[in-house]
Unconditional design. Structure first.
Length: 120
């Protein structure tokens, strides 16, 4: 997943925090101003906002961001980085998530959680 989509998805998970909400809204306003409120990227953001837990809608956002070339805009990249920094500044804001499959995997890291078996 490219960085702008990742920033948007991470920001949606923490919109209750004022600093994150401000940074997220600034990024969305910038994207809307540059691409128009009817653009597929903005529509994908709107849809993801309604269902932020949806992996499929996150993938659609990523696809639209890449297709439109949003990730090449320096101003949007700067706004996305500001959102990421706002997330990192929150308690527990920076996390590394590693998904593995199979039966011969190594998971390493501080505060790593390892779960075996199907999700309940």
């Amino acid at each position: 997943m490219e960085p702008i989509s990742a920033a948007i998805i991470a920001g949606l998970a923490k919109l209750a925090e004022p600093a994150i909400k401000d940074a997220y809204n600034a990024l969305k306003v910038l994207i809307t101003r540059k691409f128009g409120k009817e653009h597929e990227v903005v529509a994908a953001m709107d849809t993801l906002e309604k269902h932020p837990e949806s992996a499929g809608r996150g993938a659609t956002l990523n696809e639209e961001v890449v297709k439109a070339g949003v990730q090449t805009d320096p101003e949007i990249l700067k706004a996305a980085q500001a959102l990421i920094e706002a997330i990192k500044a929150q308690p527990g804001g920076q996390k590394i998530i590693q998904n593995v499959t199979g039966n011969s995997n190594i998971v390493a890291g501080r505060d790593a959680n390892i779960n075996y078996g199907p999700k309940k």
